[in-house]
Design a protein. Structure first.
Length: 500
């Protein structure tokens, strides 16, 4: 990625909507991302499929170079730099001709004068730019993360799957065609390109004046470069966040971690091109989890290290220690309590389950980033699920965005309480917190959380999503209430039979 001046990260609101059609077990899912987004529903209903699609989308951003633009472009006797030629799409004749046509109608474009782009031209240029810059990385990430070809992700017997991505003033619809994704429609972009001034450097001069053909190519390159940056800026502003994914089988993966992390480190040492390595597991999301653990070695504690220490003390009554003997050897992850140190395989599954979350908090978590957790409650006692919910809320308050799949009534109930606390004054929250173990700033507002229920649609024999709105009474919990009612009725019937 091009170098940029680093500024202190400020929390930026998430404003991204994902639509999935005929995707795995899903007939249709429409999900607006919130600071905390929760997926509930039965097994095999598509919750993990949807979560990994968000991961694929955010990961695809890491493989493109969105800018900043080169102002002014690099000039030489051979012409503008190869990078600018490629990014301005001079090699694409149809895009070259289209931009040339825009310039012929708007000769003063480089002077900051308004210029017009017809809807057909906008679609043509935008599709070309997305195709060349973002579509390839997105398709590659989907294939890598799911560990299968695109067409094999389509719902059985329903032909093409469809993916819709929508951000402010910009949206695109994609669909599968054999083993790849193609653009079906692109809308609403390039509006911000007007009234901007773009300087032009010429390739060659004759008697001190620009040579006509070189001047034309330079102007086309400059405008093409500007369009490439501006047309996808709405999407990139939403995607330029670190994103990590914790699979549901974390405890088991952690116990198997040493040999796999060792293999990754060996690859990193032996292979010059680290980015083109093969995944060590069929599903790239699992490989990324191991890679995440391997890359913690040598990092300094980050901005959430204090929260990590508070979390592990409260929930584990000990601490997670990460040490490494050598950069080519897997790190040692231990649980320390008092003077005792235990390797993970000597500990309970709860400690193996929570160790990666604690390490993430200590070394990697940043405001604006995305953390996707598949079933964070796994292997946790209800009391520990209650504590976990509090720290998830604190992450949201600190600017981390969460996507969670869950089957836990306890976790959802505690999060529902934090939504209700959002309607209570701070001093009253403080008083209540002294009795029920939460702080005055532990709360969620209704617009910070989105709960999506994955429900079976008998007509299509597939699953769809339904948004359950947060209210002053908290979150929808009918998903689990029906099970409770069924168990209660069953118990009453059995008691009646026993009393006969």
């Amino acid at each position: 990625m091009s170098p940029r001046k680093k500024k202190k990260a400020k929390p930026k609101p998430i404003d991204l909507k994902l639509t999935l059609e005929n995707f795995g077990p899903l007939r249709k899912a429409e999900i607006d991302l919130k600071p905390m987004t929760i997926f509930i529903g039965p097994n095999n209903s598509g919750k993990t499929y949807a979560a990994m699609m968000f991961y694929s989308l955010f990961r695809s951003y890491w493989h493109v170079d969105p800018g900043p633009p080169i102002w002014p472009p690099i000039a030489s006797k051979e012409g503008l730099s190869k990078e600018l030629n490629t990014r301005a799409f001079l090699d694409d004749s149809f895009c070259y001709d289209t931009i040339s046509s825009i310039l012929s109608r708007n000769p003063d474009v480089s002077q900051g004068k308004p210029f017009d782009i017809s809807p057909a031209e906008a679609m043509e240029i935008g599709s070309s730019i997305f195709q060349k810059v973002s579509l390839g990385p997105l398709t590659a990430e989907i294939v890598r993360i799911y560990g299968t070809k695109v067409n094999q992700l389509a719902r059985n017997g329903k032909g093409r799957l469809a993916i819709g991505i929508q951000v402010p003033d910009w949206s695109i619809s994609l669909e599968s065609s054999k083993d790849r994704l193609i653009i079906r429609r692109l809308d609403g972009f390039l509006g911000g390109i007007k009234n901007k001034k773009y300087n032009v450097i010429y390739w060659e001069t004759i008697n001190g004046k620009p040579e006509a053909q070189s001047e034309k190519k330079a102007r086309i390159a400059m405008l093409g470069h500007a369009l490439a940056t501006e047309s996808l800026s709405s999407l990139w502003l939403q995607l330029e966040r670190g994103c990590h994914y914790f699979p549901g089988e974390r405890a088991g993966l952690m116990l198997l971690g040493s040999p796999f992390i060792g293999a990754i480190l060996q690859q990193k040492v032996l292979w010059e091109n680290w980015q083109k390595r093969m995944s060590i597991l069929p599903r790239g999301a699992d490989s990324d989890f191991f890679r995440l653990m391997s890359e913690l070695v040598g990092l300094n504690p980050g901005v959430f290290s204090t929260m990590a220490s508070e979390f592990e003390t409260e929930i584990l009554a000990g601490s997670i220690q990460l040490t490494a003997v050598h950069k080519s050897l897997p790190p040692s992850i231990k649980y320390q309590t008092g003077k005792n140190e235990l390797l993970l395989h000597q500990c309970s599954s709860t400690i193996s389950e929570l160790a990666p979350m604690i390490l993430y908090l200590r070394y990697l978590a940043q405001p604006n980033s995305i953390l996707i957790i598949d079933e964070p409650e796994a292997h946790l006692h209800p009391q520990n699920q209650k504590i976990l919910a509090k720290y998830l809320v604190r992450l949201v308050r600190a600017g981390v965005n969460l996507i969670i799949t869950t089957h836990s009534e306890y976790l959802l109930s505690r999060l529902s309480n934090f939504v209700m606390l959002g309607g209570i004054k701070k001093d009253r929250r403080k008083e209540l917190g002294e009795s029920f173990d939460f702080g005055e700033d532990d709360y969620l507002t209704g617009d910070e959380i989105g709960v999506y229920r994955f429900k079976y649609d008998g007509r299509s024999k597939a699953y769809v999503t339904r948004r359950e709105e947060a209210t002053k009474e908290g979150l929808y919990q009918g998903e689990f209430g029906k099970v409770d009612e069924g168990l209660y009725e069953e118990g009453i019937r059995i008691e009646n039979e026993l009393s006969r």
